[in-house]
Design a protein. Structure first.
Length: 96
């Protein structure tokens, strides 16, 4: 079981924006570059890096999506929270 994950994210206003970004990333755009260009979160300046976090730190939909990712580099489908729409990339993990 994962104890902690390290993730980066991109925050945008709409699901359509998130879907379009995901398509661009799948076509080769760097996740970090996309975060720097469009993310509404201050972490965008750092390529979206949120560092390591445990369960119970992030809002539940975000946390569930982040902990569901299996492999370093995997990117979630768009995830909605009260802050907007997120794309989440798994960048590290610590197992129990």
């Amino acid at each position: 079981m994962l104890r902690e994950v390290r993730a980066s994210h991109i925050l945008v206003k709409t699901e359509d924006e998130a879907k379009n970004l995901l398509d661009e990333i799948k076509e080769g755009k760097s996740f970090a570059d996309a975060a720097k260009e469009v993310s509404l979160c201050p972490s965008g300046h750092d390529g979206g890096d949120l560092g390591f976090f445990k369960r119970g730190v992030m809002v539940k939909p975000f946390e569930d999506a982040a902990f569901a990712l299996k492999n370093i580099g995997d990117i979630s489908e768009p995830v909605q929270t009260q802050f907007g729409w997120h794309l989440i990339q798994l960048t590290g993990m610590i197992d129990d």
